[in-house]
Design a protein around this ligand. Structure first.
Ligand code: IFM
Length: 458
């Protein structure tokens, strides 16, 4: 560790998880069904037919997991609250048993000297709200603000850092355009309405958090570092379209109070579709953030391509005349994602260049890799590829700091192997291996490596 760059005093080293991916206890203590419970039961939706019913059984084993975090030495733990556990139908009064669980979790973290960081929405919408239209429907944004009040009333006195939404791009486009995520809809334009209503929900939740006196409120976006395949004008234009669809659709409304322009016909039309927008929405959405959370894993190298669907009437809202060509020269993780740590620094530099002083302080709210982990007979897990992935990305963060980007923290995804959405339990992102048959936790070599790094940084 001696050659590792020093991070500034107060820099937060953390680890992250999300409720649906680890908690299990799907039917306990009054929890209602979420869209992921429903979607996981759809034949063919999830690899191996896996569900979140048991997951890592964190609901019952949270004390053991807090002990793992304490031993790891993290300053902060980012977890999400299951909306359907604390407000089973997505409306009305709270479910005390559900709120009590998070109360105990927060107290346990504080006793262990770890700052809790709460994500309010990590994709698990109560099913009843989906039945009423889900994020296509404006009212869901107001329901989200009410739910925020419920959770803030219970936890704001002890939780300093709050994240409204995790990766709304996935909720909108994987959920409502290509159907790879819950609720599994393939609908086109409603994905844009969903994107807008997610942003509106975020904007409505912010003053609720401010009223509750929270120290820091932000949002976590999965921003892409988009690289054109060649310097030719067609590929450069394709990269700009990709950046609009992946990044600018979020950062422009949030940081500038406007939607991006696009030279692409379908997108220009969709972005200027005002049917689901009301006057004043962009003011609500662009309320100041205390930090911008960035979840980063891998870059996209894109080239110009025809529409996948030539028919504008059935075309999906994520079809924007570009295609990824991968990075054949790079190592690939078990997700088949190319590993290119320097691109995180480039992404951060690009944001700083585009937004200047309008860019709030940044937290890397997720970064990590799925690898083909196999425990040795003695219980060790030699995940050297993950160590090199994390090492590279942390150095990239250090380089961004040296470039003058105000990065305040870094959270490894994830503390535990867990339910990796459409991939079920087939992909392992954890610093800690979970043997799902016994629920035994085995800290991997990367866990020990991260612990040493945190200790060495003081
Ligand atoms: O597991 C997910 C997480 O829920 C959101 N960000 C990406 C991770 C890895 O795919």
């Amino acid at each position: 560790m001696s050659d590792f760059p020093s991070f500034p005093p107060g820099f937060v080293f953390g680890a992250a998880t999300a409720a649906f991916q680890i908690e299990g206890a799907a039917d306990e203590d009054g929890r209602g069904p979420s869209i992921w419970d429903t979607f996981a039961r759809r034949p063919g939706a999830i690899v191996g037919g896996d569900t979140g019913d048991v997951a890592c059984d964190h609901y019952h084993r949270y004390r053991e997991d807090i002990a793992l975090l304490k031993e790891l030495g993290v300053g902060s733990y980012r977890f999400s609250v299951s909306w359907a556990r604390v407000q089973p139908t997505g409306a009305g009064s709270g479910n005390k048993a559900g709120l009590d669980f998070y109360d105990r979790l927060v107290d346990g973290l504080l006793e262990a000297g770890i700052e809790p960081a709460v994500t309010l929405y990590h994709w698990d919408l109560p099913q009843e709200l989906e039945d009423k239209g889900g994020w296509r429907h404006r009212d869901t944004a107001y329901r989200f603000a009410d739910y925020t009040r419920l959770v803030a009333d219970s936890l704001a006195d002890r939780v300093p850092r709050w994240i409204t939404l995790n990766e709304p791009w996935c909720s909108a486009f994987l959920g409502y355009a290509n159907g790879l995520h819950a609720p599994g809809a393939r609908e086109g334009t409603p994905a844009l309405a969903a994107a807008h209503h997610l942003l509106l929900g975020h904007g409505l939740a912010l003053p609720v958090l401010r009223d509750a006196g929270v120290r820091e409120a932000g949002i976590a976006l999965n921003l892409d570092r988009v690289v054109p395949a060649t310097s030719g004008p067609r590929d450069v234009a394709a990269a700009l379209r990709a950046e609009t669809q992946r990044n600018l659709i979020w950062t422009e409304p949030l940081l500038k109070g406007r939607y991006p322009e696009s030279e692409d016909d379908t997108w220009a039309e969709l972005l200027h579709d005002r049917s689901f927008r009301r006057a004043g929405d962009l003011d609500v959405i662009s309320a100041p953030l205390d930090f911008l959370g960035i979840n980063y894993y891998t870059p996209s190298v894109v080239r110009d391509a025809p529409y996948r669907d030539p028919d504008p009437l059935t075309r999906q809202a994520d079809d924007n005349r570009f295609e990824g060509i991968g990075m054949p020269q790079a190592r690939h993780t078990a997700m088949d994602w190319p590993v290119a740590p320097h691109t995180l620094r480039e992404l951060l530099a690009g944001l700083k260049e585009r937004y200047g002083d309008a860019l709030p302080p940044v937290h890397i709210t997720e970064n990590g890799s799925a690898e083909h982990d196999l425990p040795e007979p003695d219980g060790t897990v030699r995940d050297t590829d993950r160590i090199s992935y994390l090492d590279g990305h942390l150095r990239s963060v250090a380089a961004a700091l040296a470039d003058g980007v105000d990065v305040r923290g870094y959270y490894v995804w994830s503390l535990l192997d867990n339910f990796e959405w459409a991939y079920g339990y087939s992909k392992r992102f954890g610093l800690v291996y979970v043997d799902y048959a016994t629920q035994r936790r085995l800290p991997k070599d990367s866990y020990h490596w991260y612990r040493e790094l945190i200790a060495a940084q003081g």
